[in-house]
Design a protein around this ligand. Structure first.
Ligand code: URA
Length: 285
């Protein structure tokens, strides 16, 4: 059967196409990258798969195979039969032989997954999602609490007064802002700069953890108590934990005061400087 016939024979049921695309997306999130199809009810063939068979199959490729007008060619042997419209369960049984798991995801992939996020109530009041900024290969990741008004306006983390103090501290330890990565526990501005609420942190923090996993830094520096609680999962007071290096998987986590706190309590800037000196020493080892 040639591709034109495949297209003709594909069901015109667009909801089926959508279900298949959603299923493939779900499988990709689980790390399954490639699929091939066999005739429903037939015995799996033991032939050596052609290189075409093993190419990753995107949802777009399925659309192409399904004849939705996409120019993308199906990565399947032209002998594959169309997916029956009668039953999604039946069509799912056509997919098999998962490809090997892929490596860690990239920051761009995580940002794409975040999309025009509506996962929590903060979405309603934001101007911009503040995803994060800096080097995807940073040794040092800073985690703040959440965007303020300036960050919401510009879509970038720590660009207001607290950000200027953070920049000075970064320079103090001989680094450039572009060398580190800066992000927050929540990616949308809490109204009136209130601390993020539990449901907001629960909705957003998986993206933070994925960012850290993608970057794989040597040190994650928590700026303030909300970042400390989220990253380390502890409820101790910040004064007790501040200045300490804690195990964080293969990396370390460090806790210091939030720069906004220092702006309100300038006498404690000395402590912030000391903490940044500890960070410098740690990273130079
Ligand atoms: N405070 C934060 O916690 N994050 C920012 O991005 C800016 C201010």
């Amino acid at each position: 059967m040639n591709r034109a016939q495949v297209r003709e024979d594909m069901p015109s049921d667009s909801s089926l196409h959508e279900k298949i695309a959603a299923y493939l997306e779900f499988q990709e999130e689980l790390g399954v990258e490639g699929f091939y199809r066999r005739r429903a009810g037939s015995v799996p063939r033991t032939r050596t798969r052609s290189p075409r068979d093993s190419r990753p199959l995107s949802a777009g490729a399925v659309e192409g195979a399904a004849g939705k007008g996409s120019p993308v060619e199906p990565p399947l042997a032209p002998t594959s039969l169309p997916i029956p419209a009668s039953s999604v369960a039946q069509s799912l049984s056509l997919f098999e032989a998962p490809a090997p798991k892929r490596g860690p995801e990239t920051l761009d992939e995580i940002r794409t997954d975040l999309g025009d996020c509506q996962r929590c109530k903060l979405a309603a009041g934001r101007k911009h999602i503040v995803f994060g900024q800096g080097s995807p290969k940073a040794q040092l990741v800073f985690v703040g609490e959440g965007p303020g008004a300036d960050e919401d306006e510009q879509g970038l983390p720590f660009v207001g007064r607290a950000g200027q103090l953070l920049n000075r501290m970064i320079q103090l330890v001989g680094m450039k802002r572009e060398e580190v990565y800066i992000c927050n526990v929540v990616k949308c501005r809490p109204p009136g700069n209130r601390p993020p609420e539990k449901d907001e942190v629960d909705a957003c923090s998986p993206f933070l953890f994925r960012q850290i996993e993608a970057i794989r830094p040597k040190l994650v520096c928590c700026l303030g108590a909300p970042a400390m609680r989220t990253v380390l999962g502890i409820t101790e007071g910040i004064s007790k934990v501040r200045g300490q290096f804690r195990d964080y998987g293969v990396a370390k986590a460090f806790v210091t005061f939030h720069p906004a706190y220092i702006l309100r309590n300038p006498r404690d800037e000395k402590i912030l400087r000391e903490d940044f000196e500890s960070i410098r020493r740690f990273l130079s080892k």
